[in-house]
Design a protein around this ligand. Structure first.
Ligand code: PEP
Length: 250
């Protein structure tokens, strides 16, 4: 039985005081929802604080990125070991903003995935096509390539540490959401692609999250789709009421 997950990606938002505020509102509003895992991903500077603050709740804290190397002369970077040493066991990799703005390639992401797994971390691996790729009907091809090059070198035994997030780039932060049917179609395709490589057991067990302008008002119909196992939430995760309403939507 695969996990149901609602994960909030706070991106480069919230200084310490704002983080404290958001955490305290989450703590006030949090209600355990059977079978639903909740994760929040603050920026690096607030990870330790968030981890300590959320200890009392079954809410996991994830990093938004990490370096592919274990240590050394990589100014400004953060390693998996640094993250696990403060209790962080999950990392988002391959977000479209990292791919587009910081030019993270499939090859680099494959190395980051390895580094995370070597540190026994869970990976939320993002994939998704740009608008032009959907318009020219290349979306399946693009997502398949991202999975094959970034993730399909992972040995079967490590797939219990993998979560996939399908995030069509044209729906991120734009207010435009993939329809529940479009989401289901791609999620089913991703599951089939995983099954072709690893078999049905791995494919049925991997959680596939949808991301792209999920809000309290549209979460329920998206999450109701058979192959949608939850959401990776950007903008709406910055307001505790909206984020917890999305959790409730399951
Ligand atoms: C995201 O950046 O992962 C995301 C899904 O953002 P938003 O919900 O704001 O579209």
């Amino acid at each position: 039985m695969r996990d149901k997950i609602v994960a909030g990606n706070w991106k480069m938002n919230n200084d310490l005081a704002q983080t404290e505020d958001l955490l305290s509102n989450i703590k006030k509003l949090y209600k355990e929802k059977e079978g639903v895992r909740v994760i929040v991903a603050p920026s690096f500077t607030n990870l330790h604080h968030a981890f300590e603050s959320l200890r009392e709740l079954p809410v996991d804290v994830a990093a938004q990125n990490m370096n592919e190397n274990s240590d050394g002369a990589y100014t400004g970077e953060v390693s998996g070991q640094m993250l696990t040493s403060i209790g962080i066991k999950t990392v988002i990799l391959g977000h479209s903003e990292r791919r587009a703005i910081y030019k993270e390639t499939d090859e680099l992401l494959a190395k980051k995935v390895n580094a995370a797994l070597e540190n026994d971390m869970e990976v939320i691996f993002c994939c998704g096509e740009e608008l032009g790729e959907r318009k020219t009907e290349k979306h399946f091809e693009v997502v398949k390539r991202q999975l094959e090059k970034g993730l399909f070198h992972v040995p079967e035994a490590n797939w219990n540490k993998v979560v996939i997030a399908y995030e069509p780039v044209w729906a991120i932060g734009t207010g435009e959401t993939a329809s529940p049917e479009q989401a289901q179609e791609m999620h089913a395709f991703i599951r089939k692609t995983v099954a072709e490589k690893y078999g049905n057991e791995v494919a049925n067990d991997v959680a596939i999250l949808y991301g792209g302008s999920v809000k309290p008002g549209n979460a329920q119909e998206i999450f109701a789709k058979e192959d949608v196992d939850g959401g990776l939430i950007g903008g709406a995760s910055l307001k505790a009421e909206d984020f917890m309403a999305i959790v409730e939507a399951f």
